[in-house]
Design a protein around this ligand. Structure first.
Ligand code: NDP
Ligand code: ZN
Length: 354
């Protein structure tokens, strides 16, 4: 049984909620345990995953749902085992809010919590061994295990930090794990919320050259301001011409499977890596064997990032003054902002504020 406590949020009741039909009402959060914190939510970024979930695009969503997993809030209550936070601390919660964290779990003991068999997402998930449902950040309050909350460095404003909690870490982790850094040429496919962080973080990690790989050149001035060398437009004829063996690493945030996957692979160096983080609702496009085999390239996927990578990303961002490109809106206007987001108007993240 969930708790009888009542929190208030913007609740999706069915798959039509994606059209701007969230209902402001109460919901019952998980049972409060000694390991949990309650937070007063001040900010929540809007991730494309929120839309996929609201429209049941990845399979049936367990409605009612409260989406939002780029959460910043102030600790208002803490369980007695919580020693890392004080009441009043400003914390962030991302897209994963629990894993088993047991000493005998290989993933949890090897900085790989997203792949724990008991990983719990921040919304549309159930806490293992309970009936408690997880509820996200389009809300006034939230309740989460403290072990998946992170202190936000003073140098980062809440609207800058919020979208890093999912959008930022989802590209920071694969860039780091796949060698973005000095001497490397990195491509970022899809310049939306995740993609703009891809450019910012690939540069912050010291990559020699970073290119945006977008459908058109419409975002050229923006990506150069973010630190990219230039933009490559895949809708132009013969777009791969002159790009053979150019990239050590490509991270793709593309949110639609109508993408030239074989062409993306064809511009990697021998041994290069292509990491897909975008999660379109349709299956992966058909791919010949030649692009993979002839150049010894790797086709990989990646989910979120570990807790230590999240803490590191926040420190790096604070130290290097990295600024997310955001537009803020009152959370009360979430239904209007959902429509803007669905129409691809975010440049590059919408952040809802209470
Ligand atoms: P956005 O909508 O902000 O950005 C997506 C970008 O995808 C667009 O800006 C566009 O870039 C590009 N795109 C759209 N259609 C196509 C197409 N047909 N071919 C190539 N590129 C295309 O979304 P987010 O950045 O918030 O999220 C991106 C994806 O990542 C979503 O599917 C989301 O669910 C997923 N995700 C995955 C996570 C993980 O752990 N792996 C975590 C968080 C999100 P452009 O205009 O430059 O072409
Ligand atoms: Zn997300």
């Amino acid at each position: 049984m969930p708790s009888s406590d009542e929190f208030t949020g913007w609740v999706g009741m069915d798959a039509k909620s994606v059209e701007g039909n969230l209902v402001k009402t109460t919901f019952n959060p998980k049972v409060f345990t000694d390991d949990d914190i309650d937070i007063k939510i001040t900010h929540c970024g809007m991730c494309a995953s929120d839309l996929h979930t609201l429209r049941s695009g990845w399979g049936p969503t367990a409605f009612p749902v409260v989406v939002g997993h780029e959460i910043i809030g102030i600790v208002t209550r803490k369980g007695k085992n919580v020693t890392q936070f004080e009441i009043g601390d400003r914390v962030g919660v991302g897209a994963q809010c629990a894993s088993c964290l047991r000493d005998d779990c290989y993933e949890c003991t090897h900085d790989n919590e997203p792949y724990c068999t008991e990983s719990t997402f921040t919304y549309n998930s159930t806490f293992p061994g309970t009936d408690d449902v997880s509820y996200g950040g389009y809300a006034l309050e939230g309740r989460y295990p403290a072990s998946f909350a992170f202190k936000i460095p003073d140098a980062l404003s809440s609207e800058v930090a919020a979208p890093m909690m999912c959008g930022g870490i989802t590209v920071y982790s694969p860039l780091k794990r796949n060698g973005a850094g000095p001497g490397k040429t990195v491509g970022i496919v899809g310049i939306g919320g995740l993609g703009h962080f891809g450019i910012l973080f690939a540069k912050a990690l010291g990559s020699e050259k970073v290119y945006a790989i977008s459908r058109s050149k419409a975002k050229e001035a923006d990506v150069i301001a973010m630190g990219a060398e230039g933009i490559i437009a895949t809708q132009e004829p013969d777009w791969t011409k002159g790009l053979s063996r150019k990239f050590d690493l490509i991270v793709s945030t593309a949110n639609n499977s109508d993408m030239p996957l074989g062409d993306y692979l064809s511009i990697l160096k021998p041994g290069g890596r292509f990491v897909q983080v975008g999660l379109p609702e349709e299956p992966i496009p058909q791919l010949g064997f030649f692009p993979l085999v002839l150049m010894n390239v790797s086709l990989l996927g990646s989910l979120l990032g570990s807790r230590s990578e999240i803490a590191e990303m926040l420190e790096v961002s604070a130290a290097k003054g990295i600024k997310s490109w955001v537009d803020t809106y009152p959370m009360e206007e979430v239904n209007e902002v959902l429509k803007l987001m669905d129409a691809g108007k975010a440049k590059y993240r919408f952040v809802l504020c209470n």
